[in-house]
Design a protein. Structure first.
Length: 98
């Protein structure tokens, strides 16, 4: 099994500086998104679920009507930010802007 590398603060800062609306807070990458309606938000949830499964990385997310919030950290790495979180954050952003 490959060890998952915890990212340095510099790597995390570089990612959030170039990937709005992602921020680093409480040892996790976090972002919130607003959609046209509930159905659009649920469409994105289903797409993210498929990508999370492919990456074998399952985020915490919350939904309130047309709003989604994601909190990404890697449980197997002590709930720290790893490259898996960056990969999933990029996929989430790609799916939302597609």
């Amino acid at each position: 099994m490959n060890e998952i590398m915890i990212l340095s603060q510099k790597e995390i800062n570089e990612f959030v500086a170039n990937n709005s609306p992602w921020v680093f807070s409480e040892d996790s990458l976090q972002a919130s998104f607003e959609f046209a309606d509930f159905e659009d938000a649920m469409r994105v949830v289903n797409l993210v679920a498929g990508e999370a499964k492919k990456l074998d990385h399952h985020p915490f997310w919350s939904n309130e009507y047309n709003k989604l919030a994601f909190v990404l950290s890697t449980h197997d790495s002590g709930d720290k930010v790893t490259e898996k979180d960056i990969l999933l954050a990029k996929e989430i952003s790609r799916l939302i802007t597609a």
